[in-house]
Design a protein. Sequence first.
Length: 342
Amino acid sequence: MKDYYLPAEWAPQSGIQLTWPHAHTDWAYMLEEVQECFTRIAIEIAQRELLLIVTPEPEAVRRQIAAKVRMENVRFALCDTNDTWARDHGAITLLDEEGHPHLLDFTFNGWGLKFASDKDNLITRRLVEDGHLQGAYTNRLGFVLEGGSIESDGKGTLLTTSECLLSPNRNGEMNREEIEAYLRDVFHVRQVLWLEYGYLAGDDTDSHVDTLARLCPDDAIAYVRCTNPEDEHYPALHRMEEQLKTFRTPDGKPYRLLPLPWPDAIVEDGERLPATYANFLVMNGAVLHPTYAQPENDARAKEVLAQAFPGREIVGIDCRPLIRQHGSLHCVTMQYPTGVIR
């Protein structure tokens, strides 16, 4: 029987998926602005590795980006889509002991039946059938799971949040013990660390872990820390920080905790938007991180990520357009290990 593992995001990658915004998504009212943001992300990805763009309009996207993006590293996949959150509808890749990829296709149900997802839920199977993703397709559609809800260190630890994975509109027929047993079995992990606290106002995901705390190399965790007792997030994030201090590696060692700054509140139409510096993307040789036109906070986030990922270029992307639809940089991307995208 082969041994499998869920690689860390900082493992060598073959490429990254972007699912491009179009006029039939929720981005219609600000389409040009968000497409400019996606183009900036595409420029940085294609400089370093392959970029797979999923879109119902490949020629239109090609015209948008051709003058700016390194096109020899761009692949297009023609596919209908509801929205753009590749992190949550993309395949989650296991590697076997020989390095062969196994593409796990979980059900994406619009973050607990909040939004339409009928087209997005078919994307992974379509990409495999059309040859855009290489690897053994594994049907896991009996379980609802989004990529933004789990973090792996590639060494047997999975980090998640109870708020998301125990949501009744995902796998409500299963209790915590059953879900943990499922995760251990499917991802071949030694332990599952459950964050019980932490949330972002305006978040649709029920506290995806990639908005709160991220596993990093050398047994580190980068996490958002709120230091303002007057902020509505302070009680939950303080409790989260205290819980992180209690977490241990499978070998019994405490994690090295790296606090990320807390962004100043960004409000639109009276609603606070879920800005977070934890929603960064690790790439070959670089880390892309969100910025929010807050020079001091943006710079501090870059410093922390440089500590977490020494030797990688740390590149900021203005993600104010993305948080207007309640996501950020990690949410719109999905990385694939070596051998998946050709």
